[in-house]
Design a binder for this molecule. Structure first.
Ligand SMILES: [Zn+2]
Length: 397
C-alpha cells in the first residue's frame, strides 16, 4: 500500500467493493441452492459450521438467500459487482414484503449512496403498494417483536426489539424527551454517558408509578401537504422522510394536538429574544421541521441539540433565525474546533470546517472526530424549563 498514490488507493477501494459484491452473490447463491436441495434447517447448520457464524447470523444468511432467489435481476447485478451488497439486500427484503420494480431499484442502487438509496426504496415501496402503503405498514407491523432476557454470561438483562416506523418513531421521541429531561435535570447531571442516560430514560418511562405518569408530553412530528384542489391531506411523512398512509396519519392526528406550521409569519413563541437561553418547545418543533436533521452530519433530529448561531453569551438572542439543530458531535465541532454555520444558496443551513492548516505538509494529520456518543451533550441546550405551553399554531419565518 505504501507505494500506491492516493488515486491508486482509491481505485483499490473501488475494486474491493466490486469483489465484495461478487463474493456476496456467490455466497448467497450457494446457500440458496443448498437450502433448496437440503432444506433451510440444514442450510442454517452449514452456515453455522462453514461460515463460523452465530446462530442469529446463520438464520439471517439463509433468510437473505431465500429472499435473493426471488430477485434474479438484483442477484445478477450483485454478481457482476455493479451494486453493493447492502443495497442488494435491501431490494431483496423489499421484494419479499410487497411489489417492487426491480429494474428501477437496481438502476438507483448503481448510483446512490446507502442513505439516499434507502429513501428511494421507501418511496418506491409506498408508490408500488397500490393502497397508499397500508399493506406495507400492516406487514411491517406484523413483524414487530421484543425479546428481553437475562444473559447467562454476566446476569445483565438484554433488550432487543423491532417496531414499525410509526411505533418506532413514537418510542424514539419519548426516549429522546426523557433523555433530554435527565440531561437538563441539574441533580442528575453526573458522569452518565449518553447511552447510560438512555437506559435510565427507558427505565423511568416503563417503571413510572401510575400516579406519576403524566400525559406524555412527547411530540411526534409528521408532515403532510394540503391538496387544495381535492380538499384533502396528501403525502404524509414521518420526520425522516418515511411515507405514511394518510389513514395512519389521520389516526395519529385524532389523538394529538395538531400544530399547523406556516412558514411566513412572525409568531411570538419563536422570537423569545433574551428572555430564555434554552429553546422553547415551539422553537424546537419549528427547528425540527425547518432543518429536518443535524445540519452538520444529518443525524436524526430527534437527538439533536439547539445551537445559537450568534453566541448567547455574547448577546445572541433565542430567536428562531438565530438557532440551528445540531447533534452532540457537531455541536462540539462548532464550540471546540471552529466549525461555522452557513446558509447555502437554497436557504438551508450547513456546517463548514475551519480551513485546514498545512494540508500539503506530509506529517500533518487531520484530527479524527470521535464517535458521536463519546462526547457529552451541552447541558443547557435542551428544552427550556420555563417553556410556555404550546397551544397556538407554530408560525415559522
Ligand atoms: Zn451532526
Amino acid at each position: 500500500m505504501a507505494g500506491l498514490s492516493l488515486l491508486e488507493l482509491r481505485e483499490r477501494l473501488g475494486l474491493i467493493k466490486r469483489a465484495e459484491a461478487r463474493l456476496a452473490a456467490m455466497k448467497t447463491a450457494a446457500l440458496g441452492e443448498y437450502a433448496s436441495r437440503g432444506g433451510e434447517g440444514l442450510a442454517r447448520r452449514v452456515a453455522l459450521e462453514e461460515l463460523q457464524a452465530s446462530k442469529q447470523q446463520a438464520r439471517r444468511e439463509v433468510e437473505t438467500a431465500s429472499q435473493f432467489s426471488q430477485v434474479s435481476e438484483t442477484l445478477d447485478a450483485l454478481g457482476a459487482g455493479e451494486i453493493p451488497e447492502a443495497h442488494a439486500k435491501q431490494i431483496a427484503k423489499a421484494a419479499s414484503l410487497g411489489p417492487v420494480d426491480e429494474a428501477v431499484l437496481v438502476e438507483a442502487a448503481r448510483r446512490e449512496d446507502f442513505g439516499t438509496f434507502s429513501k428511494t426504496l421507501r418511496d418506491h415501496q409506498h408508490e408500488q403498494s397500490g393502497d397508499d402503503g397500508k399493506s406495507l405498514m400492516a406487514k411491517q407491523r406484523q413483524r414487530r417483536e421484543l425479546s428481553f432476557f437475562k444473559s447467562s454470561d454476566d446476569g445483565m438483562f438484554v433488550l432487543n426489539g423491532r417496531f414499525d416506523p410509526v411505533a418506532g418513531s413514537r418510542i424514539e421521541a419519548a426516549l429522546a424527551d426523557e433523555e433530554r429531561r435527565l440531561r437538563n435535570d441539574k441533580d442528575s447531571a453526573d458522569q452518565a454517558s449518553f447511552n447510560q442516560r438512555l437506559a435510565d430514560a427507558l427505565e423511568n418511562l416503563v417503571c413510572a408509578d401510575a400516579e406519576d405518569r403524566k400525559p406524555q408530553g412527547t411530540t411526534l412530528i409528521l408532515t403532510a401537504n394540503w391538496d387544495a384542489l381535492n380538499q384533502k391531506l396528501a403525502g404524509a411523512r414521518l420526520l425522516d422522510g418515511t411515507p405514511l398512509p394518510i389513514s395512519e396519519a389521520l389516526r395519529l392526528a385524532c389523538n394529538a394536538d395538531v400544530l399547523p406550521a406556516v412558514f411566513d409569519t412572525k409568531g411570538q413563541q419563536l422570537w423569545v429574544g433574551r428572555k430564555y437561553r434554552s429553546a422553547t418547545e415551539a422553537q424546537r418543533a419549528a427547528l425540527i421541521i425547518r432543518d429536518k436533521h443535524c445540519i452538520g452530519c444529518g443525524r436524526s433530529a430527534t437527538w439533536c441539540e439547539v445551537h445559537h448561531i450568534d453566541d448567547w453569551s455574547k448577546g445572541g438572542p433565542t430567536d428562531i433565525d438565530n438557532l440551528v439543530l445540531v447533534c452532540t458531535s457537531c455541536h462540539h465541532n462548532i464550540h471546540d474546533d471552529g466549525w461555522t454555520v452557513h446558509r447555502n444558496p437554497n436557504g438551508a443551513y450547513e456546517l463548514q470546517p475551519p480551513p485546514v492548516p498545512y494540508a500539503d505538509y506530509p506529517t500533518w494529520k487531520p484530527k479524527p472526530n470521535p464517535p458521536p456518543h463519546d462526547r457529552e451533550p451541552f447541558p443547557d441546550t435542551g428544552i427550556s424549563t420555563h417553556r410556555p405551553a404550546l397551544k397556538q399554531p407554530v408560525l415559522l419565518n
